[in-house]
Design a binder for this molecule. Structure first.
Ligand SMILES: Nc1ncnc2c1ncn2[C@@H]1O[C@H](COP(=O)(O)OP(=O)(O)OP(=O)(O)O)[C@@H](O)[C@H]1O
Length: 260
């Protein structure tokens, strides 16, 4: 388990974020503090508000209230400066999927001001690290779901931002590629980079993250170091408790009657 960084400077400060969609509140007064060198896990049940929060953190969705400060820059007051510091893997990204993997990485690099040769060599490095070498010349629309995640992760990393915000980076990614991606994130954090990631994989969060926040129905119910949040239990047990426990499954007898 990675060690928390209690004395490291704060690089991401989220205060009082709120977002409503129509009459329902998706994110309700969310505040988070993430320190330099940390790998911070953001967990919660389906529909809890993770994607909505991370979209507001990265400047993709305007909050109704609250502030987000990345590396001393207010994301919503100075979005251009802030976005240079952030690498984003959104949950449901619309990709220019007629491009090949190589072209996608090239454009991600050039849009962030890298020159042609840095773009090429970084693309090759990332493709190798994430097991995409051999696939870079294929159009992204022909990629599998896991491959799309990996090329999107590579695109988030290519400009070496100081803060990475990754929405479910390991979903549909095979175990070998996940291990390689984790390795990459750990190297990034050890060198002083900061990672915020959401995941439904509690074992992985326990292995990789030093700090965690649990969001349920738009509110943070627990946040702190991994040990503080799991409070002597496994993260999964704690998560289930905070999320309101398991609901006993009743009815559904028809499910075992088999129509054939
Ligand atoms: N554009 C939108 N319009 C209306 N409601 C939305 C919109 N985006 C999200 N919501 C609602 O906000 C709530 C939070 O959704 P969000 O996608 O942030 O959850 P999540 O924690 O990321 O869920 P999951 O784990 O299933 O990905 C949900 O009730 C969802 O239906």
């Amino acid at each position: 388990m990675p060690r928390p960084k209690p004395l490291a400077p704060v690089v991401l400060e989220v205060s009082g974020l709120r977002k409503r969609f129509g009459t329902s509140t998706a994110v309700d007064d969310v505040s988070l503090t993430v320190r330099r060198g940390s790998i911070f896990g953001f967990v919660g049940p389906n529909g809890a508000g993770k994607t909505t929060t991370l979209s507001m953190v990265t400047g993709l969705l305007r909050p109704d209230a609250g502030t987000v400060v990345v590396g001393g820059t207010d994301v919503w007051a100075a979005p251009t400066t802030a976005k240079r510091k952030i690498g984003v893997l959104p949950d449901r990204m619309r990709l220019f999927d007629r491009l090949t993997g190589a072209q996608m990485l090239y454009y991600a690099a050039v849009l962030h001001g890298l020159d042609r040769s840095a773009a090429r060599s970084r693309s090759d490095d990332l493709a190798l690290a994430l097991g995409l070498d051999g696939s870079l010349d294929r159009p992204v629309r022909d990629y599998s779901v896991g491959m799309v995640k990996k090329i999107s992760l590579a695109a988030a990393l290519i400009h070496s931002p100081s803060v990475l915000v990754l929405d479910e980076p390991f979903e549909s990614v095979d175990p070998v590629s996940t291990a390689q991606a984790v390795d990459l994130l750990q190297r990034f954090a050890a060198a002083g980079g900061t990672v915020v990631l959401s995941s439904h994989n509690m074992d992985l969060v326990e292995r990789v993250c030093d700090s965690v926040a649990v969001i349920v129905e738009g509110r943070i119910l627990a946040a702190g170091t991994l040990d503080e949040v799991r409070a002597g239990e496994s993260l999964e047990e704690r998560f289930v408790e905070l999320a309101g426990g398991r609901v006993a499954v009743e009815g559904l007898e028809w499910l075992t009657t088999f129509s054939d």
